[in-house]
Design a protein around this ligand. Structure first.
Ligand SMILES: Cc1cc2nc3c(=O)[nH]c(=O)nc-3n(C[C@H](O)[C@H](O)[C@H](O)COP(=O)(O)OP(=O)(O)OC[C@H]3O[C@@H](n4cnc5c(N)ncnc54)[C@H](O)[C@@H]3O)c2cc1C
Length: 461
């Protein structure tokens, strides 16, 4: 098995040659910091709103080498969170958000077609499946909320037979289906976006880490070898936002890992899993899995370790212990994989927001988005619409969504966040495992695992 810090997808897509680092002083209308999906979609939508705008993207490494190029490729809306949003922000706000997020799922497909970018976009429902009696009915409230808001056709319950008709596994039971969903080859989408932006005259500088951002008029983004002076700046740096003082307690950083099998078309055929559905279970630290165009299974688990503040530990990208566990869990879902090779494994940081929804905030002329909590492929397109409007000072229905300037919920400061978070994550994993095996959960474990909920934080399911 190849432990690959950059993920198999990037190698398959074949990374493009790098763009030169920023050199000297440059003027722009909008400077975008970060060349993942959020930064790239923002640049795209700035041009869509203001033809001829001068946009500069500054990327510390290579565009798409972060989680945007090596995620699971699930493109989802937010209907499975609609009940929680309604409870906090009201029915109208929840409905507006769910609709806007669904638009992104369609928009990404339409963009790939119009721009002739072969990102393997494949519309197919996302199944949210119970894999243990304790997970049964976990989504009932969200399904009921969706129905109440008129979204019965967007999120609906599935019987065990309906799940099995799409994919058979000895662990999978009933669940729910997100109807508006798709999968992509994530790196192909990121590199495709980058290429089309370059084609439209956007200046992209790679290996250009922004060291300092001055938020005056103009905003000035400084790198080691230059500076961009702009009317507005967009900060789209994912988990690295936790290193910026105003957002320090708005995020916590964990990691998620993926293992990839060799092509196993016979296994997929035998499981009846040929419709391209993305599937996740209903654990707190969820498993998520999908097929690829060449007949592999990509199988992820969100149980990786916490990171301390903005510090990146190598285990955030590849943690052999988590990889081994993820591979073990994959075989429990699909025992027919016994003896079949796992060819690649990798991981990456997850920017966990206190309410599991992305957050968009403005500080004067600096606008930022973060907190996708492992669900950023679809919502980053929506984020690009939001941040482009904010950067151009335009009023737009998307800038009134409940994820723009939401009421602040905060994580505890370091070292409490790291120490407490690590303890809570361990308890959540143990709780998940015991429930999976049908064993009782010790009171102390239950107490620690339920701490975030009791603190008003809505951490991973
Ligand atoms: C293993 C894994 C699986 C996942 N699976 C899914 C999935 O199936 N579906 C889904 O919806 N989501 C998934 N996600 C989450 C999804 O990948 C992210 O939410 C999404 O890619 C976030 O995009 P982004 O642009 O905010 O961040 P990124 O892709 O991280 O881009 C941010 C960029 O900013 C750059 N940067 C950071 N600091 C600076 C600086 N100072 N100056 C300049 N540049 C800087 C970084 O180098 C990086 O390229 C997964 C994540 C992981 C790790």
């Amino acid at each position: 098995m190849r432990h690959d810090a950059h993920g198999w997808w990037i190698g398959e897509a074949g990374p493009p040659p790098p763009q030169p680092p920023l050199d000297g002083r440059v003027e722009a209308d909008v400077v975008v910091v970060g060349g993942g999906y959020l930064g790239l979609w923002t640049a795209w939508h700035v041009l869509a709103r203001a033809r001829g705008a001068r946009v500069v993207v500054l990327e510390a490494d290579r565009c798409g080498f972060g989680p945007s190029g090596r995620n699971g490729g699930f493109v989802n809306g937010l209907w499975d969170k609609v009940g929680k949003v309604a409870a906090r922000a009201g029915d109208d706000a929840a409905l507006a958000l769910a609709r806007a997020a669904d638009e992104s799922v369609h928009a990404i497909g339409a963009w790939c077609t119009a721009q002739e970018v072969d990102a393997w976009y494949r519309p197919a429902p996302h199944l949210l499946v119970s894999a243990a009696p304790a997970q049964d009915g976990s989504l009932s409230e969200e399904v009921a909320a969706a129905r109440r808001l008129g979204g019965a056709g967007r999120l609906s319950e599935l019987t065990p037979e309906e799940v099995a008709a799409r994919c058979r596994s000895p662990l999978m039971r009933g669940g729910a289906m997100l109807h508006t969903a798709a999968t992509v080859q994530p790196a192909r989408l990121a590199f495709g976006l980058r290429a089309r932006l370059l084609g439209r005259g956007v200046r992209i500088h790679e290996h250009s880490r922004v060291r300092r951002l001055e938020g005056g008029d103009p905003v000035i983004a400084h790198t080691d070898s230059g500076a961009v002076l702009a009317r507005a700046a967009v900060v789209a740096v994912n988990h690295a936002a936790v290193g910026l003082r105003p957002f320090r307690r708005a995020l916590s950083v964990a990691s998620s890992h993926i293992v990839l099998t060799e092509p196993v078309p016979d296994v997929l055929e035998a499981a009846g899993w040929t419709g391209g559905e993305a599937i996740s279970d209903l654990r707190t630290m969820l498993h998520y899995f999908r097929t690829t165009r060449d007949g592999r299974i990509a199988f992820g688990w969100g149980g990786g370790r916490m990171a301390f503040g903005a510090r990146r530990h190598p285990t955030t990208d590849v943690d052999p212990r988590v990889v081994e566990r993820t591979a073990h869990d994959l075989r429990a879902f699909f025992p027919a994989l016994e003896g079949r090779a796992i060819t690649h494994a990798w991981g990456g940081p997850i920017d966990v927001s206190p309410v599991r929804l992305p957050i968009f905030r403005s500080l004067g002329r600096v606008h930022a988005g973060f907190g996708f909590t492992g669900n950023g492929v679809g919502p980053a397109e929506l984020g690009g619409r939001i941040l482009s409007a904010l950067a151009l000072d335009e009023r737009d229905p998307v800038t009134r969504l409940a994820i723009v300037e939401p009421a602040a919920k905060r994580f505890p400061p370091e070292p409490l966040r790291y120490a407490g978070g690590a303890l809570i994550r361990r308890a959540m994993v143990e709780r998940d495992d015991r429930l999976q095996r049908g064993e009782p959960v010790p009171v102390a474990v239950e107490l620690v695992a339920s701490l975030p909920r009791r603190m008003g934080l809505n951490l991973p399911r």
